[in-house]
Structures are given as structure tokens and as C-alpha cells.
Design a protein. Sequence first.
Length: 284
Amino acid sequence: MEKKRVLELSIIANKVRKDALTAVYTPGSGHPGGSLSIADVLTLLYFEIMNIDPKNPKDPDRDRFVLSKGHTAPALYSVLAERGYFPAEDVKTFRNIHSYLQGHPDMKSVPGVDMSTGSLGQGISAAGGMALAAKLDNKSYRVYSIIGDGESEEGQVWEQAMFAAHYKLDNFTVFVDFNGLQIDGDIKEVMNPTPLDKKFEAFGWHVITCSAHDFNELYNAIEEAKNTKGKPTAIIMHSIKGKNVSFMENNPAWHGSAPNKEQYEQAIKELDAIIEKLEVEYNG
């Protein structure tokens, strides 16, 4: 990818992080850590990769995206807002009882959400079903899904892994947000799911490992997935929980905790500084 485009996407991704933090801060509830770690891949998918149209969110030929780790809805809502599916101001209504932006994605109320998710393991299963439907209907759309590394401890994830390989769903790409942390701490101490690459390979998947925060690596991985025939692709993304907010990075305490006013203002200040630096580089 051209440097200018990478800078553009980096600016958008950090705006998504700001929106996601605002979404969590306003009601004092939500999941910031994992939302910040997936902001880059969501930005790349919605602004560069997927065939989508915010003005026609139900286009039958659109690419599909399923956020299997549904608790990181603040990131999904934020990228949808930045992409133009609904007003960015609406993220401030997150988890308000009268809002359409509830704590987990709802396909019936939120424009651009392709599947309601929340119960871990079920999102990737629905996504695999969508990919099979595309094959059966001779449709060209692709299906993308993000699961958490902690979520991979769910048995249903591996049932879908077997299913997708059996049906040779080469139109299906799953990203694993591999930040090494879940709500109870280090994934290797809670219920060690590693090595995830070898496990997906054993189930018959094509596997790629890359950084979750390098747009070129992510882009190349997605292109490789598109060119892989006869099997689904798992992209193991090494990420940082709480990315780009100093006191949240690699801290499991921020899995499901909202910042207070002082912490929120510090986080926004840090992200603004990153955005300003990127804009200077872009305009230079």
C-alpha cells in the first residue's frame, strides 16, 4: 500500500479508538481494551477491503463481517459511524436503554451489522454459515469475522473450524485478535489455547501470522487469503490490548472497565497527539 494511504487509514483508526473510548466512557460501561486492539483491522476492512455501501447496508452482494467477540461492539459501532452508516454523535448513546447501540451488536437495529453476537463462539459459526450460503448460491461475496484469543477456548469455535474446512470455504477469513489477555488474565494461565496456528492448520485451514497494527502486513495477509483456494484462512493477528493508550496497553484490568473522567481525558489527549503527528506526516 502507498504510504499516503497507510497514513490515512492510521488517522481513521485512531479516530475509531477515540469514538470507542467515548462510547464506553459516556455510560461508564463497556469493553475498551479489546476494542482498541481491533481498530486497525476494522478500519482496513471497512475503508479499503470490503465491498460495501453505507447507503445500501442490506445489498445482497455485499461482503459480510461478523464481530464474533461481540463485547467489543464499541469498535464496530465506531468504524461504522466513521464510514457513514449512522451519525458519529450516536456513539455517545452506547448502552443507553433508549439507544439502538446496545452493549453487543444487534443486526435488527444497527445499520451495517450483519449478525447479532455476544455469546462467544456463536459469531464465527454464523459467519461460516454465511460463507457456505454464498457458495450454494454461487455468489461472489466474501465473509470476514474476528474472534478473540480467549474466545478460542470455546469448543464451538473448533466445530466451525471443522465445518469451514470440510466445505472448503475459501471465501471465509477469520482474524484472531491475539493479544494474549482475557478478562481473567493471561490466556495461557486461564485455559491455554495455543498454538493457535498449528491447531487451525490441523483442522485444514490456511494460516497466516501478522501484526494487528501494521496495515501493510494486514493488507498482504488479506490478499493472500483471497488468493487461497480450497480452504478457509485464519489470520493470527498479534495485537496489543488497549493499543495507543499508555495506561491501558497490555493491562487486563481494562478488558471490561470504563475510564473515569481524568483517565478518559488523558486517553483522548494521547490519541489526539498521535493523530496530529500522523496528519503532519501526511501533509508534509
